[in-house]
Structure formats: structure tokens, C-alpha cells
Design a protein around this ligand. Structure first.
Ligand code: NAD
Length: 300
């Protein structure tokens, strides 16, 4: 089984725009689907900006930028947007009921031989597959943020996923220049089962007054040779996404060691979602690369 037809991507947020970008740059025809027209407009602008940066750094030719943008069309309708797809990658908001509903619609409207993948960070692939009539063709294709830069694709099989589908997604990931790793379906898979408790512990350390934002991030950056601190990484991922994943781990393993930090809950409830909303542990000013700690965490 080879996937060489159209690719549809559902959700044009942080991850959806990056996923559409890498497929389109590799020459695939991509339909990017979102319920929100402003999100689609923003996604196209972001892809254009990221391609401009690659041209300026001489990573790609200007012609490839133009070809990449030409390969992307947009749609507000799942039924319309997936009807000719050979693969659909769902990258909508991390919410189980929303995803089950989207997979029912994908299953109804996509061709019968189309593979249905999800970029979920933590939701059970087995549960998502059970919402369709083709669990053998449902698989996790977990790209990392920022997608054009990060090499890893964590591929998650559910017990029904066929060998052909797994092999085709592994081959496709390699064709995109990525490194695929196949894992089994457990809460948080591997990446977030290990990463999120570390981020949550960093938030607890801040909440309990052990240290400030800068100290926590500097210690983990310089002490562990991490490219960025856990609080900055949480802002990049999205604090709402981090909270959803902690809830999935907490409920999935029924173990209180995964209890989300109340400070994380509070930030999300007040709309402070990290870089995408302009503020989380840090504040983000468009056009500025300076990392400024949010005033609510200023130490006396
Ligand atoms: P986001 O909030 O940036 O974007 C989600 C998008 O989904 C929004 O544009 C929203 O309008 C759209 N959407 C919501 N309901 C929809 C529907 N019914 N149909 C079509 N579009 C719909 O979220 P994100 O950070 O891009 O996360 C998307 C997925 O990727 C989640 O499952 C998340 O867990 C996963 N993920 C996120 C990261 C990360 O670093 N942010 C990394 C890996 C995986």
C-alpha cells in the first residue's frame, strides 16, 4: 500500500499549518480544513512566513516556496475536504468528544481505502478507531512542534491497525525526511508520558515557590542540556494542550502522580495559553524575540 494521492489535514492551528507545510513542500496536494476561516487565513500566512525564512537562509529555492503554496487549498467542510483524500491527518483541538465526532465524519466522507490518522498528543487511538468502520486503517501520526523543523514522527498503532497501513505511514514519514518510531497505544504514548510529567513538575515547583520562572528554565536548560526550559516549552506547546494531556494521563493510569498542577488549571481558565494567546509563563510581543517573564510571576 502506497500513499501518493491527496492529503487532507483537519485543523489549521499550531500543528495543522506545519503538517500541511511539510506535505506540500514534498509535492503532495494538500487540503487544509478548519471550521474557522480566520485560522485558515492565519495558517496560510504562517506557512508563507516560514517558507520566506527558509528562502532567506538558502534552505530552499524561491520556486519551491511558490510551488509549496500552490499545493495547498483550504476548505471549511470536512465532507468536501476529505472526499478525494488518500490520507487524512486530523490535527484539531485536543478534546476526545470533538475528535470522535470528526472521525465519524471522516469515515463517512473519505474514500474507503483512505487511511485516517490523528496527530493527537495523548488520546487513545483504539477509542478513536472504534468510532469508525475501518479501525484497521486508523493510526496515530504524532508530529512534533514546530513540524517543519522537528525530525520525529511518533507512530501509534491500535491493536487493529493493519501491517500495510503501519508500513505505509512509516514509508511516508521517511519520504517527508522525518524519522518514524512505532509505539503501542498507551496513555500519552512515549513522548508525552515522559515529557508532560516533567513540565507539570516544573509548574508545581513554580506554584510552591521553590524557584522563579527564569531559574527553573535556566536550571533545566544549562543543567540538563535541554534546548529550552520546561516552562518555555509549555508555552510553545500551548498550556491548554499540556493540561489536556495531563488529564488523559491522570485518568488513563488512575494514578495521582499525574494530577495537573492547579496553577496550570488556573492559567488555562484565565485564557493564558502560552505563545499562541500572547501570554503564559512569559509574555510574547509580535516581532520581538526577547523572552520576558509574565508580570504575575515577577519575584519581589
Ligand atoms: P490549536 O488550538 O492550535 O489548533 C486547533 C485547531 O482545530 C483550531 O484551528 C480550531 O479552529 C480547529 N478545530 C476545532 N474544531 C474543529 C472541527 N470540528 N473541524 C475542523 N477544525 C477544528 O491546537 P494544536 O496545538 O495545533 O493541536 C492540534 C492537535 O495536535 C491536538 O490533538 C494536540 O494534542 C496535537 N499536538 C499538539 C502539539 C503542540 O505542540 N501544540 C504537538 C503535538 C501534537
Amino acid at each position: 500500500m502506497t500513499i501518493n494521492g491527496g492529503i487532507s489535514v483537519i485543523g489549521a492551528g499550531t500543528m495543522g499549518n506545519g503538517i500541511a507545510h511539510v506535505f506540500a513542500q514534498r509535492g503532495y496536494k494538500v487540503t487544509l480544513i478548519d471550521v474557522s476561516q480566520p485560522q485558515l487565513d492565519k495558517a496560510l500566512a504562517t506557512i508563507g512566513k516560514n517558507l520566506d525564512r527558509m528562502v532567506a537562509k538558502e534552505i530552499i529555492r524561491k520556486e519551491l516556496k511558490d510551488e509549496t503554496l500552490k499545493n495547498i487549498t483550504t476548505s471549511n467542510s470536512i465532507a468536501e475536504g476529505v472526499k478525494n483524500a488518500s490520507l487524512v491527518v486530523e490535527a484539531a483541538t485536543e478534546n476526545v468528544d470533538l475528535k470522535l465526532n470528526i472521525f465519524r465524519q471522516m469515515d463517512e466522507s473519505a474514500p474507503s481505502d483512505c487511511v485516517l490518522a490523528t496527530n493527537t498528543s495523548s488520546i487513545s487511538i483504539t477509542k478513536i478507531a472504534a468510532a469508525t468502520n475501518r479501525p484497521d486503517a486508523v493510526i496515530g501520526m504524532h508530529f512534533m512542534n514546530p513540524v517543519p523543523v522537528m525530525k520525529l514522527v511518533e507512530i501509534i498503532t491500535n491493536p487493529a491497525t493493519s501491517k500495510e497501513v503501519t508500513e505505509s505511514i512509516v514509508a511516508l514519514s521517511k519520504d517527508l525526511g522525518k524519522v518514524p518510531c512505532v509505539v503501542n497505544d498507551f496513555p500519552g504514548f512515549i513522548a508525552n508520558r515522559i515529557l508532560m510529567p516533567m513540565i507539570n513538575e516544573a509548574v508545581y515547583s513554580l506554584h510552591e515557590g521553590v524557584a522563579g520562572v527564569e531559574e527553573i528554565d535556566t536550571i533545566m536548560k544549562l543543567g540538563m542540556a535541554h534546548p529550552m526550559g520546561p516552562l518555555q516549552l509549555a508555552d510553545l506547546i500551548g498550556l491548554d494542550v499540556c493540561l489536556s494531556i495531563m488529564k488523559v494521563l491522570h485518568e488513563g493510569f488512575k494514578n495521582d502522580k499525574y494530577t495537573p498542577c492547579p496553577l496550570l488549571e488556573e492559567l488555562v481558565a484565565s485564557g493564558k495559553l502560552g505563545s499562541k494567546s500572547g501570554e503564559g509563563f512569559y509574555v510574547y510581543t509580535p516581532g520581538s524575540k526577547e523572552l520576558v517573564v509574565s508580570s504575575r510571576f515577577n519575584q519581589p
